[in-house]
Design a protein around this ligand. Structure first.
Ligand SMILES: [Fe+2]
Length: 183
């Protein structure tokens, strides 16, 4: 019976020294790094929003965006974890300074919606690249990410719709704030 040793089977090792079943396409790898950064930038941006809202006594909105910030941090971690599973070393890039200045809650939520849409675009581009490179591991990894992303967009569009409807009226905003405090 043939025995399989490391040299006889030509084991592939990733940059981290971990055994890898399939080497990664350099462009996909770069795109995954960029996406990891995007999630971390989103997390910092949501944290800034949470604090801006807290300063304005909107505790429900603030709690909602704090939760979003933690979710984005988790997403970034999830991408880094996937890279490690694929034998890569994760180099973290600088997180850009978040925007901290808005005129209205409407403006802040509109930016949040745009951020979610940008993240979805980035994931879709990654998915197409992985498909072209026959990297099934990456497409399978991205499937639930896309699913969750679509839900996030829907949630943010709903909040934006409600805030627009409130039309910067403080009493209407406090009603929404109360609702957000209870989710
Ligand atoms: Fe995310």
């Amino acid at each position: 019976m043939q025995s399989f040793t490391e040299s006889s089977i030509g084991l592939n090792l990733g940059p981290s020294g971990r055994a890898i079943a399939q080497p990664m396409d350099v462009d996909i790898l770069e795109a995954l790094y960029q996406h990891t950064s995007l999630e971390r930038v989103s997390s910092a941006q949501y944290l800034a929003m949470s604090l801006w809202l807290l300063e304005r006594e909107l505790r429900g909105f603030s709690a909602f965006f704090k939760k979003e910030s933690l979710a984005e941090l988790e997403h970034g971690f999830n991408f880094a974890k996937y890279l490690i599973a694929r034998g890569q070393s994760v180099v973290l890039e600088e997180v850009t300074k978040p925007i901290q200045d808005w005129k209205t809650v409407d403006e802040l939520v509109a930016l949040s919606f745009q951020m979610e849409a940008d993240v979805t675009t980035s994931v879709q581009q990654l998915y197409s690249m992985a498909e072209r490179a026959n990297d099934t591991r990456t497409t399978v990894f991205l499937d639930p990410v896309i699913d969750e992303q679509i839900k996030s967009e829907d949630e943010m569009a709903y909040l934006l719709g409600k805030v627009r409807f409130a039309n910067n009226d403080p009493s209407a905003l406090f009603i929404i704030d109360n609702e957000l405090n209870n989710i």
